[in-house]
Design a protein around this ligand. Structure first.
Ligand SMILES: Nc1ncnc2c1ncn2[C@@H]1O[C@H](COP(=O)(O)OP(=O)(O)OP(=O)(O)O)[C@@H](O)[C@H]1O
Length: 566
C-alpha cells in the first residue's frame, strides 16, 4: 500500500493509464497539488438540473453518458460537506465497488437452472458503474432508479397491500440481506427511503403457471441503495458505532449510544442482526403505513426500542389473516441479538417462504392465508406491563425470549419447525389504557440517518495492486449495451458535468436485469447502438466550467482491500 500523488498521474490520458483512474480520486490527504485546466478531463456525463433526490451530503441527478447515451444516476457528494467525514464516502465507494465486482462474478456464473428463488439478492443492490472527481464534488455514477422511492410509495398509498406487496417486497429485501450478510456486509440503514425502484422496467416473461397476478411484479424492481453506513465486519472489527436511523435501529445499537462513555472494549458489539430488526420495522411500515417504535421524542423512541415496545393495532393484531406477518415481525423484534434469526433462516418463515426454494422447510409452513387487512384503525395497545390506565397508548410487548437458539450466534441450520417446537405460545402482555394513540403518534416524515464517523486521514492509502481500469471495466457489466471502456471516467479528475434542463436525445435507461427464476428471461434483449458517438460526445462536452481548475482538490484514497478485483 503506498500513496500516489494526484498530479503525477492526472496529466496522463485518463483512460489509458491503469492507475490513473484510481489515483485521481485517491491520495494521501496532505499537500494536495494545484490542478490546472490542462489536467482536467472532459466530463463524459451531462446531468439534468433537476434532482432525483438528496441526502445529508449529496444530491442525486439523472445523467447521460454522452458517448453511449446510456442513462444513469449521478450522486454528487459535495466535498465541503464531507471534508471531515471522508471515511463515509470512502467506505461507500469501496463497498459498492467490491459488491459490483462480486455481483458481476455471480451473474456471469449464473444459469437459469441455478436460480431457485424468485428474488436473487444480488440483483437488487444498487450498481456502481463509474466514478470521478471534480473540483467541488466526488461523483458516483450508479444504476438509474425511479424518482419515487419506497417511502413515497407507502405514504402515497397509505399502506401497501399485504399479499401483493408487503410479503414479496419483504422477501426481496430479505434476499438482499441474505446476500449482503453472506458477503460479511452489514447495511445498517435499511429503511423505506433507501429502497428504490429500478428505472428500466421490462416486461418479464413468466413461466407457465408462475404467479402472474398474485403479487406485484414491482417487487422484482426493488433496489437497495445508500451504502453510506454499510460496513464489512472484517474491516471494522467489532461494530459499536451508534449509527443508523432512529426509527429503525435495533436495541443493541441503542445500547451503544447509552454506553458511549465506556471504553470500546466494554461496549457490546453488534452484527448483521441489526438489519433484520430494521427489516421488521420496514415490513411493519409497509403493512400499516406508520412505523412501530416512533414516539414524540427521540428519547421515548429509543426507550421503546430498548424495551421492544411497539404499537399494535388492536384489530390488525386480532385478525387471524395477519398472523403470519405478526409472527414474522416478532421474529425480527427479538431484543437479544443472539436469538434473532438470520436472514437465511427467515427465508423459511411462512410469511415469505413461498418466494424461496425452501422445500425442506416443510410445506406445512407455507402460507396461504396472508391477506390484506383493509380495516385497521389507529387504536393501538401498549405493552408496558406497568402502564397505567392513563397511558396515552396501549401496546403489546414482544417477549424477549420468544424462542431459543441456545447461547451464541443463531444456528442458521435450525428450521422454523425446530424453532416452533421450542417455542411457547406468544405471551402477550396487554395492558389497559383506553386512549387512542392516534393523536400522540408523531406525524410521518422522511428520516435522517445518523452518522458517527470521525475523520481518520491515516486510513486513506492507495493500494497499487488494484488496477483501477480493471475495476472500472468490471463495473460496467449488464449494461445494455455495455459501453466501451473509453466511455467511462475511471475516477479521473474532471471538469464539472454540464447540467441541462433536459436531454435533447432519447436516452437509454440503463439497468441490470430483473431477477427470479420465472423472470430471468426477458422479452426485450439488448439492442441498439453499441458504440460510442464521438461527434455527439464533442457536442455534449462543450461548456464545462473551467473555473473548477483553480483550486486544489480534496484527495481521496479509494484503494481497495485485497478482496477487490484483481
Ligand atoms: N440511483 C438512484 N436513482 C434514482 N434516485 C436516487 C438514486 N440514488 C439516490 N437517489 C435519490 O436520492 C436520495 C438521496 O440518495 P442517497 O440516499 O444515496 O444519499 P445520501 O446522501 O447517502 O442520503 P442520506 O443522507 O439519507 O444517507 C434518495 O433518497 C433517492 O431519492
Amino acid at each position: 500500500m503506498l500513496a500516489t500523488s494526484i498530479d503525477s498521474t492526472r496529466s496522463q490520458p485518463a483512460l489509458s493509464a491503469g492507475m490513473s483512474g484510481m489515483s485521481a480520486m485517491s491520495g494521501h490527504g496532505s499537500s494536495p497539488l494545484l490542478a490546472t485546466s490542462d489536467d482536467l478531463s472532459k466530463c463524459k456525463y451531462v446531468a439534468k438540473s433537476a434532482q432525483l433526490g438528496d441526502g445529508n451530503f449529496s444530491v442525486v441527478k439523472e445523467c447521460i453518458n454522452v458517448q453511449t447515451r446510456e442513462c444513469y444516476a449521478m450522486k454528487l457528494v459535495h466535498k465541503n460537506l464531507v471534508r471531515d467525514k471522508l471515511e463515509l464516502i470512502y467506505r461507500e465507494f469501496r463497498l459498492l465497488r467490491t459488491l459490483s465486482a462480486q455481483i458481476r462474478r455471480i451473474e456471469n456464473e449464473s444459469t437459469a437452472h441455478t436460480l431457485v428463488d424468485y428474488f436473487q439478492g444480488h440483483h437488487h443492490v444498487l450498481q456502481l458503474y463509474d466514478y470521478f472527481e471534480t473540483h467541488d464534488s466526488i461523483v458516483l455514477i450508479t444504476q438509474l432508479c425511479d424518482k419515487d422511492d419506497l417511502y413515497e410509495h407507502i405514504t402515497t398509498q397509505g399502506h401497501l397491500d399485504m399479499q401483493r406487496q408487503v410479503a414479496p417486497y419483504t422477501a426481496c429485501l430479505l434476499s438482499v440481506l441474505r446476500f449482503l450478510h453472506a458477503q460479511g456486509i452489514v447495511h445498517r440503514d435499511i429503511k423505506a427511503e433507501n429502497v428504490l425502484f429500478r428505472r428500466n422496467k421490462r416486461q418479464p416473461r413468466l413461466g407457465a403457471g408462475r404467479l402472474p397476478d398474485e403479487y406485484d411484479l414491482a417487487a422484482h424492481d426493488l433496489i437497495l441503495g445508500d451504502f453510506g453506513l454499510a460496513t464489512r465486519t472484517s474491516d471494522s472489527g467489532a461494530l459499536t458505532e451508534y449509527v443508523g436511523t432512529i426509527s429503525y435501529i435495533a436495541p443493541e445499537i441503542v445500547r451503544c449510544k447509552n454506553s458511549v462513555s465506556e471504553t470500546p472494549r466494554e461496549k457490546e458489539p453488534y452484527g448483521a442482526g441489526v438489519d433484520i430488526w430494521a427489516l421488521g420495522v420496514l415490513a411493519y411500515f409497509m403493512a400499516f403505513g406508520y412505523t412501530p417504535f416512533d414516539c414524540e421524542t427521540d428519547d421515548e423512541t429509543l426507550d421503546c426500542i430498548a424495551q421492544c415496545d411497539y404499537y399494535v393495532d388492536d384489530e390488525a393484531m386480532r385478525d387471524p389473516e395477519n398472523a403470519s406477518l405478526w409472527d414474522f415481525l416478532r421474529r425480527c423484534y427479538v431484543v437479544d441479538k443472539a436469538k434473532r434469526p438470520s436472514a437465511a433462516l427467515l427465508t423459511q418463515h411462512p410469511f415469505v417462504s413461498r418466494y424461496f426454494d425452501t422445500e425442506e422447510a416443510g410445506s406445512a409452513l407455507r402460507p396461504g392465508a396472508v391477506h390484506r387487512n383493509r380495516s385497521f384503525n389507529t387504536l393501538r395497545e401498549t405493552a408496558s406491563s406497568d402502564s397505567d390506565s392513563d397511558d396515552s397508548r396501549k401496546s403489546i410487548s414482544t417477549p424477549m425470549t420468544h424462542y431459543s437458539y441456545g447461547a451464541g450466534e443463531p444456528d442458521h441450520n435450525t428450521s422454523f419447525m425446530d424453532l416452533d417446537a421450542q417455542e411457547n405460545a406468544l405471551t402477550k402482555t396487554t395492558s389497559h389504557g383506553n386512549a387512542s394513540v392516534g393523536d400522540s403518534r408523531p406525524g410521518l416524515r422522511r428520516t435522517i440517518s445518523m452518522t458517527a464517523v470521525k475523520s481518520s486521514p491515516s486510513a486513506y492509502r492507495v493500494n497499487k495492486s488494484n488496477n483501477a481500469s480493471i475495476i472500472a471495466s468490471h463495473s460496467t457489466f449488464f449494461l445494455d449495451p455495455a459501453p466501451p471502456r473509453a466511455a467511462l471516467m475511471h475516477g479521473t479528475y474532471s471538469e464539472a458535468p454540464l447540467q441541462l434542463s433536459n436531454f435533447n436525445t432519447t436516452p437509454k435507461a440503463t439497468s441490470r436485469n430483473n431477477s427470479s427464476r420465472s423472470l430471468f428471461s426477458l422479452i426485450n434483449g439488448a439492442s441498439g447502438d453499441k458504440g460510442a458517438d464521438p461527434v455527439r460526445s464533442e457536442h455534449w462536452r462543450t461548456a464545462n466550467e473551467a473555473a473548477d481548475a483553480q483550486a486544489a482538490p480534496v484527495t481521496f484514497d479509494l484503494g481497495g482491500s485485497d478482496d477487490d478485483e484483481a
